[in-house]
Design a protein around this ligand. Sequence first.
Ligand code: MTE
Length: 315
Amino acid sequence: MRNHAKFEPPSSEITPEQRYLDRRAFIAVAGAIGAGAVTGLGFPGIAGAQQEPQAVGKPYGLQPDDKPTPWEDVTTYNNFYEFGTGKGDPVGAAKDFKTKPWTVRVDGLVNKPADYQLEDFLKPSAVEDRIYRHRCVEGWSMVIPWRGIPLADVIKRADPTAKAKFVEFTTLMDPRQMPGERTGVLPWPYTEGLRLDEAQHPLALLAVGVYGRVLPNQNGAPLRLVVPWKYGFKSIKSIVRIKFTDSQPKTAWNQAAANEYGFYSNVNPTVDHPRWSQATERRIGEFFKRKTLMFNGYADQVGSMYAGMDLRKNY
Ligand code: MTE
């Protein structure tokens, strides 16, 4: 992405053969645990960190050859610019990030604005385990077993007014804890946005966990968005505010490079990034590239929201 040291695709992602084989073995075990496992969904649905990572959850939009990306990759290969621009930076730099207590503000064009403590924010909703495909705009992808609540539940509770057309999300602004926010690499705080109907789509998830465990800090603890049919940068981390608006929210990446990162950012193999093709992707842990799928494989579920729109213009 822009301003970022440099975009380095393949070579660093090719794993030595032995490690690759180890991963396949791990996946087999994780898959066996995950298949048909009934997850404990008790509030807040977050098991202790001591528990083994488990690839649990209902698969959504997975292709026949999709397997959960190993826990080790999901939690060490991250984009979280508040904690550095290198993929390996966040796991170390976010180690002491304080996520308790955590307040989430819900405001703007709603009948029920509120400041919630995280526990209260999650309470009325059922926490679900869902396995989604994850495609970064840089050309890599993963399959991730998330744990979270549907964003639609939160929207319903907030009761948007008739004027609300968009939802804006904001990450915590705390340069003391987030060293990246002391640099000019992005306009801070990180913001993202969705059209209201996109935000209400049943696939849009607010994640609090991954692999059956509490969300690690580097993955966006304690609360992050997951929008599986869009490029990963829409999935904003460490959210402190959800605001309903009547105009299209500004987003961090669009402000940083409007010609490269649009508001919609739907995964689309037919529209290239100005600096690279989006036709294929490298699944982390695999040797060969895969074809990127329209809307990241969720076209049947989300395509109708964009009917009649020029997706080349609305990139
Ligand atoms: N959210 C914040 N606040 N800051 C970020 O730098 N990076 C985005 C997104 N959310 C980012 C963020 C990008 S570019 C991607 S690809 C995903 O987080 C990566 O999520 P992951 O590290 O859990 O795979």
